[in-house]
Ligand binder design. Structure first.
Ligand SMILES: Nc1ncnc2c1ncn2[C@@H]1O[C@H](COP(=O)(O)OP(=O)(O)OP(=O)(O)O)[C@@H](O)[C@H]1O
Ligand SMILES: [Mg+2]
Length: 318
């Protein structure tokens, strides 16, 4: 059965979405919107609530309070429709080691009531897409971990879902397999799919996702374009200055300037922070030169996504 999707609905919308496990609030009033066509990164440390959210969106788990809609359909009252339009790849999934790759996909195709003839074509298509075509007749148990992950992805593509919910699809993969997995996801986005991918590695998703949400202990800390991550930290600038082989002798000049926060010697350079965005770094540079500091290099450090992540999250688990 084909479910119609209204053109103007977001891929995902949660309102006040809450899930408790006895005394523990795993998800705390989450308001999240994922637009159609997004490759959306869902980021948080261990126990943040990523899997809980994805399980609710894929109808495996019911919310304790609040609402979630997937392409306009309510995950509780219209769960059947939701199941047809999503593909959910759990963080751990068992594969049938004694099954042949194409049999496995054929089984899931049949579950989605795809006709026998059409299934042959569909299986070829999805295997081609995930780069597993040459393993079509192999036993699943003989596939490497990366190949099994790709097979997992092929399985969730078999019914041509609009929205993919992928729970840490790159975990356990070696760097090459990760890159390949990311390339497949980009390909799927180009085909018009909306993809939500969870990860606890913000930098991994930097090049991949156009939008991200960061959650911590069940609460949303940030949601928006990847470029906006850390923007609220951007008034806080860190500088590194190379002033020759003897930074110790230059340090007193830095300590003289009251606006410089915490000037310290780090790996042969002097680093300091400017907390007030209205301070012109050029003026600071001029003051240092006037004080006779032999400056060889003066630059602002890019805030790394890892630092941003550490700033958003406390690292506490509950
Ligand atoms: N079935 C359950 N019973 C009790 N508590 C649970 C259950 N499932 C999850 N939790 C708790 O809910 C919180 C959120 O867990 P969840 O699995 O959603 O986190 P996560 O962000 O996916 O973490 P990870 O990065 O480790 O996969 C955790 O504190 C976890 O212990
Ligand atoms: Mg998880």
């Amino acid at each position: 059965m084909k479910y119609t999707i209204q053109p103007d609905v977001p891929a995902v919308e949660t309102i006040n979405l809450t899930r408790t496990y006895e005394a523990l609030t795993a998800l705390n009033a989450l308001d999240l919107v994922v637009n159609r066509g997004d490759l959306f990164g869902f980021i948080g440390s261990n126990g943040a609530g990523k899997t809980t959210t994805l399980r609710i969106l894929s109808t495996f788990l019911s919310p304790t309070a609040g609402q979630a809609r997937v392409l306009g359909y309510n995950v509780v009252t219209q769960a059947d429709a939701v199941r047809h339009i999503i593909g959910y790849m759990p963080d751990f999934f068992g594969v049938y080691r004694d099954m042949i790759v194409s049999e496995y996909l054929d089984f899931f195709g049949a579950c989605y009531q795809i006709g026998a003839n059409q299934r042959v074509q569909t299986i070829n298509d999805v295997l081609e897409l995930v780069g597993l075509h040459e393993k079509k007749d192999q036993l699943i148990g003989a596939l490497s971990r990366g190949m099994q992950q790709r097979l997992g992805l092929a399985r969730v593509l078999i019914h041509d879902p609009e929205l993919l919910l992928l729970d840490e699809p790159a975990s356990g993969l070696d760097p090459r397999a990760r890159v390949e997995m990311m390339a497949i996801l980009q390909e799927l986005q180009k085909m018009g799919k909306t993809i939500i991918i969870s990860s606890h590695i913000l930098s991994e998703l930097q090049a991949l996702c156009n939008r991200v949400a960061i959650i911590e202990k069940g609460s949303l800390k940030y949601s928006g374009p990847i470029e906006g991550v850390g923007q609220d930290l951007s008034s806080h600038k860190v500088f590194r200055v190379h002033c020759g082989p003897n930074p110790e002798s230059a340090l007193p000049a830095f300590l003289e300037i009251p606006e410089l926060v915490n000037p310290t010697i780090l790996k042969g350079r002097i680093s300091f922070t400017l907390e007030d965005a209205s301070i012109d770094p050029a003026r600071i540079l001029h003051q240092l030169i006037s004080a006779g500091v032999p400056i060889r290099d003066f630059h602002e450090e890019e805030i790394s996504l890892e630092k941003v992540f550490m700033n958003y999250t406390s690292g506490e688990t509950q």
